[in-house]
Design a protein around this ligand. Sequence first.
Ligand SMILES: Cc1ncc(COP(=O)(O)O)c(C=O)c1O
Length: 391
Amino acid sequence: MSDSSSNAIPQYLPLRNDLAGEEPYGAPQLDVPVCLNVNENPYEPAPEVVEAIARRVREIATGLNRYPDREHIELRKAFAAYLEREAGVHFEVEQLWGANGSNEIMLQLFQAFGGPGRSALSCDPSYSMYPEYARDTFTQWHTIPRDDDFTVNVERTAQAIREVKPSMVVLTSPNNPTGTPLPLEDIEALLEVCNEVDVEGALTGVHPVMIVDEAYAEFRDPGTPSALSLIERHPNLAVSRTMSKAFAFAGARVGYLAASKGIIDAVRIVRLPYHLSALTQAAALAAFEHTDEQLSQVDHLRDLREHSARWLAKQTYKGKPLQVAPSQSNFILFGGHFDKRERIFDELLKRGVLIRVVGPQGWLRVCVGTDAEMEQFHKALTEVLRIVEAE
Ligand SMILES: Cc1ncc(COP(=O)(O)O)c(C=O)c1O
């Protein structure tokens, strides 16, 4: 792995004015022993899953002279089976849609429902790609601050929806980088507000689309209801999911969307033709054949998260205990009063542990790795905190 250094775009190129000085988004990709920076599942696929992927890919390889199934029907059926099992909600194929990661799903939603003269609204801090989807689609971006405990302030958000009249409301549950879940009652309350609001510049009766990004849903406490269960009653609700996190399939790039047929059809207008390669579809189908194996470490990762959160809460920096944001995800935001978080990050990196400088000032985020990786992280952090606080 390597991290390509960023270069200024040559002056003679007609780069869009609003992109001048912008950098490509992405966490550093460094070749270090302990990578805890991009919220992956640290467990590699079991040998039988690798075999199933190889078999499926071999089977379709003879047809690679042809374009793939543009509508990826078999894969959409697999999404339906998975969501029925994982969340207990039934969807028809026409209510599901796949793309190259939930990043592409989100961009397609912005392409369909954002655009010049339109606004999207979310609650900060949240996933740093959202403003980029807005930028790339010329959608105005608005954020409402979360409360000090990182929960969504429903009243303030409702007020902002009434004032801004956005075409899109983007909520994240659990949230990245804080791990904070969003109760279903809060989502429903905000959906009611969306149903009363007419989108700025649109005809009367055109209401905002709400997107709930559930990239980390499987890491929540078992039995936590999903926003998927609200779709039947709310045709303006879209729920985004991914195979990248709990499903341990980040390298394959598969995200998906559940929503009313109307929303899916809108996304189908903006998608590129044949956006999901035959190789991707084959690999994802093979992985879904082995859902049990792919999810087999999720309970364990949840236990490791709780163990690490308890451990972190017992550590101190400059005489004060570390704060730990309660997380329902596979990462933990911790610290709160780190005055030199970049130094802590650098010293951890020197010890082979890569975490992420993200979120509000004073905080750092660590992703849950294997038992051995978490031990190395704890050991390194113990040393680093003493060094940095003494400087
Ligand atoms: C909240 C959230 N949504 C979406 C994504 C995108 O994931 P992917 O494109 O791999 O599905 C991420 C990745 O970190 C994320 O944190």
